[in-house]
Structures are given as C-alpha cells and as structure tokens.
Design a protein around this ligand. Sequence first.
Ligand SMILES: [Zn+2]
Length: 268
Amino acid sequence: MPALVDAHCHLGDAAFDGDRPAVLARAAAAGVGHVVVIGESLAGSARAATLAREHAGLSATAGVHPHEAAAWDETTPGKLRELLDAPELVAVGETGLDYHYDHAPRALQRAAFEGQLALAADLNKPIVIHARDADEDMAALLRDWGGRVPAFVLHSFAGSRALFTAGMDVGAYFSFSGMITFKNWRPEVPASQCPEDRLLVETDAPYLAPVPHRGHRNEPAFVPDIVTALARQRGMAPDALVRHTFENASRVFGRRLLTQLAPRENTA
Ligand SMILES: [Zn+2]
C-alpha cells in the first residue's frame, strides 16, 4: 500500500529531543508511512541506527556530512561499515560537497566523499548526496562512480542544470524538499522535467520547513505540503505522485521501506 515517504530527515537532531514520539505520531497521522533518518557524523549515524532499530517505519543511513569532513580519517570507513551491517541501515551518507559554506577544506570534503563512494560501491548500497555550489566537481565524481555505486540520491535537489544532466547520466534520484514551496524557487530545470521514476520527496527536517511553516522547525508531518507543491508544478495528481515516490523509495532503499510507522504508537 503506497504511503508518503520522507526520504531525508535528521530525526536524531537535538531539535527533536523534547518531543520525538509526538513528532512520529503526527507524521503517521499525516499519512507518512516511512522516514529515512539521516546520519551526518559517526555519532549522528549511531543515533539514527538506534532510532531505526527501535521503530518500524524508520530506516537509517550512516555517513559523514561535508561539513564534518575534517573528522574523516583512515578509521572512519571501518566504523561506518560496522553500522551499515544492520538491516535497517539502508544507505551511505549524508555525504557530498559543500563549497557554499566551506566548513571543511575542499580537498578533505572530496577525500571523505570519495571514501564514502568507495564504501557504497563495496557494500552495494545507495548513497545520499549533499551538493551545494560544487556542480563541476560533483558532476565529475558522479560520472566517475556511475555504474559502480548502485544508486545516487541527490538530496534537496535545487534544480541545477549541470547536476540534473550528470544525475540523469548515472540514473540518479532527485529528492525534492520544502525549497520547492519557497517564493524564490526558480530552478534552471523545472520539476516537471524530472522523470517520474526518479522522484523522491523529503523534509530535511529540522531544516527547510515548507510554506506555510517556513521559519519554524520542520518535521516529517509536513511532507504533504511538499507533495502538493511538487504535484502542482508537475501537473500530476498528488495520489499518483505519492505512488511513484513510494515505489521509487522502495526501489532505492529496499524492503525496509515496506515497514510503516505505527499510527497509534507513542501518542504523546
Ligand atoms: Zn540533510
């Protein structure tokens, strides 16, 4: 049965420490069946893994965000590999390149990203990618690793032409966030150009809350606002979009996605 999938959520973030059970209950009530909980550091990945182990309807990723790339060393792949061994761990990441903030030196970002591409290829797991202001390097690395990594997910896809072209070349998935609801959303590539079998939706909570929640903490219960906007921009029925994004998420992340949040669990 198709359900809404939040393909990218930082549910382990401290922003949810006060009311995580209520957040999950609201997500289920809003029709969200599954949430992919993102790991952005070793500690964050361990937290995401614990959440996914404890709840049906949650899966986790393990990775090191480009902002954290300076922490990457020769022991990191082994530690990620250990986490990724569990069945509820569905992807490597969040990893990638961020030349906008440059919180870590670019050479270290590339080294950490390539280390995680190699891990994804070796484990035959998809990889969740953060890309900001790094189109040229990102496009080159995608093409380099296309065919070796089983699937690429371009998270919070901002509509860049160069990334879209490279992503299409390697069969990537394009994950749309609340950005598509913003007034200043003017992508180079309209969302209608993305093939329906490559679409995902995500909140990136607690960040990037969609209109009409902009400026507040984001949460998985807001996925319907993103689906509504994306369906409108594509001129397709929201129901059909839900079906496609569910099928796509299950194809990328695997059978774990068939587990669903319990509607009455943890009502708080
Ligand atoms: Zn993220």
